[in-house]
Design a protein around this ligand. Structure first.
Ligand SMILES: Cc1ncc(COP(=O)(O)O)c(C=O)c1O
Length: 391
């Protein structure tokens, strides 16, 4: 069952999120509690560990790939969780979510062409677009009533201009925690349809959805010109370093193209650990995942309530999904250097600067709250004290 006490041992010290030299490099100190990388700090579900232990005790690692069981278990999970109908024959497996995006950019756009993103957004999107020699066309999100929304007018204008050849959507949206509604997505699709633009939907955070929101996948919207990177067990089961990416499309032409690229680079070979871990997660991980989601939802609730009563001068964007929470510290009236030192040196919190995600205002920070609640409570008490002392 779900446990919120991480079992720290030597090997954990190699984790990027906790690595002292990485923290020193990024924050100028390792005396901080890491809330930056979107990894969870909990032991994984025991059916996954059991499956991997069985694989170890088998003492044999011959080539193997059971795509039938794998894709069926992903489909069944999505049917149960999101009432999403996925045909197990319509998947293409690639090494990871980011490699999926990198491959799709190269397969479906040409050098110099534009790929639309909506900042603030997961920083690797821009990197992948630009490192492929494409142009990132930004359509920033707007804030309305303390909630991020899509600028549909800007979206349509950018598609109409002819500069955009692909839309890269993040749903749920990291770092602002929006779970795009069916209506919002339908409106987006209607515009993309009008200008015949391909949509790539990164849905890696799809299962971490809080009460009051429900998840709509691009794959359910009947848009033939789209490819969905279905949520992998990376984020919801804590398998970031051993997860694959699963591209889904009902469009056979698009699928065949990706399969050909993937095969041409021999990227279609799975890793047995990843395969068994994924099948175990999706077939036997539900009780653990439900407990994890309920825990992290309580943590979200605690943070939001604490910020509202103790630090109302900081704007907290309540996440509808993802384990990321987004803050605007403008109300403290501090310079960006002073804010940075307050957060790292006094509150000892390693938060991710919003500028990483394309936010130009240095008052924004993201926190990953998939960590033990007691630790989070301690950090926020320290944050409160640091802010009150800075007056
Ligand atoms: C939106 C989004 N896409 C992709 C990834 C990374 O995916 P992967 O490690 O499977 O390539 C992350 C990790 O934080 C993410 O937040």
């Amino acid at each position: 069952m779900f446990k919120d006490t991480p079992d720290r041992n030597d090997i954990n010290n190699k984790f990027i999120k906790h690595d002292s030299s990485m923290l020193n490099q990024v924050y100028g100190t390792n005396d901080v509690t890491p809330y930056w990388i979107a990894d969870m700090d909990f032991p994984i579900a025991s059916p996954i560990s059991d499956a991997m232990q069985q694989l170890v005790s088998r003492e044999s690692y011959s080539y193997e790939f059971d795509s039938k069981t794998l894709f069926e278990s992903i489909s069944t999970w999505n049917k149960d969780r999101h009432d999403l109908d996925l045909n197990p024959d319509h998947f293409v497996q690639v090494p990871g979510v980011l490699s999926a995006i990198a491959m799709l950019i190269r397969d479906f756009t040409n050098e110099g062409e534009g790929v639309l993103i909506q900042t603030p957004v997961y920083h690797q999107f821009r990197r992948l677009i630009e490192s492929a020699g494409r142009k990132a066309v930004n359509n920033p999100l707007n804030i309305e009533n303390d909630r991020y929304v899509i600028d549909f007018e800007g979206f349509e204008n950018k598609l109409k201009s002819g500069d955009v050849h692909m839309v890269l959507l993040c749903n749920p949206h990291n770092p602002v925690g929006r779970v795009w509604t069916k209506m919002e997505l339908q409106r987006l699709v209607a515009i993309a349809k009008k200008y015949e633009i391909l949509i790539i939907s990164d849905e890696v955070h799809a299962d971490i959805i809080f009460e009051g929101s429900s998840f709509t996948s691009m794959a359910s919207l009947d848009y033939d010109n789209s490819l969905t990177i279905i949520g992998s067990p990376a984020k919801n089961f804590g398998l970031n370093s051993i997860s694959n990416g699963y591209i889904y499309s009902d469009n056979q032409r698009l699928r065949e193209k990706i399969k050909a690229t993937s095969a041409s680079m021999s990227l279609d070979h799975g890793n047995a650990f990843t395969m068994y871990a994924t099948i175990a997660a999706y077939q036997q991980g539900k009780p653990w995942f439900d407990a994890f989601l309920s825990y992290t939802q309580q943590t979200r609730h605690w943070i939001v309530a604490f910020m509202a009563s103790e630090l109302p001068q900081v704007k907290t964007f309540v996440p509808e999904g993802t384990n990321q929470i987004w803050f605007d510290f403008t109300g403290l009236g501090l310079t960006s250097d002073r804010l940075k030192s307050l957060l790292t040196e006094q509150a000892k919190m390693a938060l991710t600067p919003g500028t990483w995600f394309g936010e130009s205002d240095e008052n924004y920070y993201r926190m990953n709250f998939a960590a033990p609640l007691a630790q989070i409570q301690h950090s926020f008490e320290l944050l409160k004290r640091s802010i009150n002392n800075s007056k």
